[in-house]
Design a protein around this ligand. Structure first.
Ligand code: ATP
Ligand code: PRP
Ligand code: NIO
Length: 480
């Protein structure tokens, strides 16, 4: 159901603008839009690009159905029938470039660029922002969690608390592209090739006469995958001893208890006590899983307290990004077709942060060959080609030209990859495992100072002189 009618997954004003363009015969005019965000979420030093797979699938299937056309025909705008016929022929014929999933991205740089007829470029704005904002947000939150528990098993448990079903599955995928090991959501696992994992709920214990009976019966049914939830009654007095008893019974059959799960109370205290009890019973290999409103801050805190936790089940705070529940990615017109070429356009604002950066642009990640680390992201006009350049590069913010850095021995990586060319997909979608490996290689490009979760160093996104001058010129023109 949710995959149905995505063609209408757009704000009505897009169709109204398309209609007005069509009426004035300007709908074939080409346009360039940039997607970027202005502020990093969670006080993090970077964001992780995500959402591209969904965008690709969406664009490939953009067609109006008869039902959708009939629905539009009933709108109060009374669209002309010939316009609705034009919509019937709708296909995306444009170019789309994007930072691929798993890439580290920063404020005020294009992370996706659409070049298409205004008719085509306008209608896809809403869906592109919807997919990209949510998935980038969750991947970034998950990356923060991964950072504080890099060697532990991370399980995504958010489905029941997610903002509806799409958020549950795409959020689970976003977590896995930055290194979560598994999700509890079987649908996400099937759709995206993720590992699915699960323990059992309190209901399993409550429905039995005793906790011991519940544990034993669970172990009989699933002897190769037993994780027992030990907090239904009293964790240390009942739960852990009962789990140990079941563990010994399993051992007698040549099987082993895999883990216990703590889901309430003081997780540091309980895990330390439980660890001693398990070890003393000879169950040193039994892991301890924790859950209960966890996030990166509580995990850091628990680790500082010496918690003996091997694996973390993380739901609500990850899937809802509860401490920063939206990423403000925007889709802004930066150039329009004029006399056979592109004319840069600007949006002026009283808030300098909201003034757009005009022109069809590219972004290069500048990597210092001596350190192997990224120095800055460098935004250029699309005809400024840096590949193979040996020219020293001056990186500076033209509004503070006295703070400048010269890079001489560098290589460049284009941030934006071609995804669609003239409506044809030219990009092979990687698997989640491949994205996760790529994400690790991306992290390696940055200094720990940029990556740390608290008060990270700001990574520079710098405009070339040409882009800067173009922006200044257009601001001046509009100031007159
Ligand atoms: N040692 C600890 N240090 C810091 N935070 C902790 C520690 N142990 C647990 N927490 C976190 O504190 C919160 C626990 O809150 P609360 O006490 O309301 O839950 P609970 O233990 O589940 O309570 P209840 O038993 O009533 O359900 C959770 O977010 C949990 O992850
Ligand atoms: O705390 P979160 O990070 O959101 O992780 C998911 C939570 O969902 C479950 O609780 P719930 O009370 O829904 O069901 P249960 O009876 O299985 O504990 C689980 O026990 C976790 O506590
Ligand atoms: O498998 C689990 O333990 C689980 C799954 C979803 C939510 N909470 C726990």
């Amino acid at each position: 159901m949710t995959e149905q009618h995505l063609m209408l997954h757009t704000d009505k004003y897009q169709i109204n603008m398309m209609y007005a363009h069509w009426k004035h015969h300007t709908h074939h005019q080409k346009a360039v839009f940039d997607v970027y965000f202005r502020k990093l979420p969670f006080g993090n030093g970077f964001a992780v690009a995500a959402g591209l797979e969904r965008i690709v699938r969406y664009i490939e299937n953009l067609r109006f159905t008869d039902e959708e056309i009939e629905f539009l025909a009933r709108q109060e705008e009374q669209y002309d029938l010939a316009f609705l016929e034009e919509l019937r022929q709708f296909r995306f014929h444009g170019d789309l470039y994007a930072a691929v999933e798993g890439t580290l991205v920063f404020p005020n740089e294009p992370i996706l660029r659409v070049e298409a007829s205004i008719f085509e470029a306008q209608i896809i704005e809403t869906a592109i922002l919807n997919f990209l904002n949510f998935q980038t947000l969750i991947a970034t939150k998950a990356a923060r969690i991964k950072q504080v528990a890099p060697n532990d098993i991370l399980l995504e448990f958010g489905s029941r608390r997610a903002q509806e079903a799409d958020a549950a599955i795409w959020g689970a995928r976003a977590a896995c592209i930055v290194g979560f090991h598994a999700t509890s959501n079987l649908r996400a696992a099937m759709l995206f090739g993720l590992d699915a994992k699960g323990t059992h709920a309190h209901a399993w214990v409550q429905i039995h006469e005793s906790e011991q009976e519940a544990f034993d019966r669970y172990a009989e049914a699933l002897p190769d995958n037993v994780t027992l939830l030990v907090d239904t009654y009293d964790t240390l007095r009942d739960g852990v001893p009962h789990a140990i008893e079941t563990g010994k019974k399993l051992a007698a059959k040549g099987k082993s208890l895999k883990a216990i799960r703590l889901d309430s109370g003081d997780l540091a205290y309980l895990s330390k006590k439980a660890r001693v009890m398990l070890d003393q019973a000879g169950l040193q290999d039994v892991n301890i899983v924790a859950s209960n409103d966890l996030d990166e801050n509580i995990i850091v805190e628990l680790k500082a307290q010496g918690a003996k936790i091997d694996s973390w089940g993380i739901g609500t705070k990850l899937i809802t990004a509860s401490d920063n529940p939206a990423l403000g990615g925007v889709y802004k017109l930066v150039a329009k077709e004029q006399d056979g070429g592109y004319e840069p356009v600007i949006k002026i604002s009283g808030n300098p942060e909201k003034i757009t950066t005009p022109g069809k642009k590219n972004v290069y990640r500048i990597i210092n060959n001596e350190t192997g680390k990224a120095e800055a992201d460098y935004i250029v006009m699309h005809d400024e080609v840096l590949e193979g350049s040996k020219e020293p590069l001056m990186l500076y913010d033209p509004s503070h030209p006295f703070i400048r850095r010269k890079v001489e021995n560098y290589r460049v990586q284009p941030l934006l990859t071609p995804i669609f060319a003239a409506g044809q997909r030219v990009y092979e979608l990687p698997t989640v495992t491949e994205i996760a490996a790529y994400h690790v290689s991306q992290l390696d490009l940055f200094w720990p100072e940029t990556l740390r979760k608290l008060n990270p160093e700001k990574y520079d996104v710098v405009l070339s002189d040409k882009v800067w001058n173009m922006r200044k010129e257009l601001i001046n023109q509009h100031a007159k």
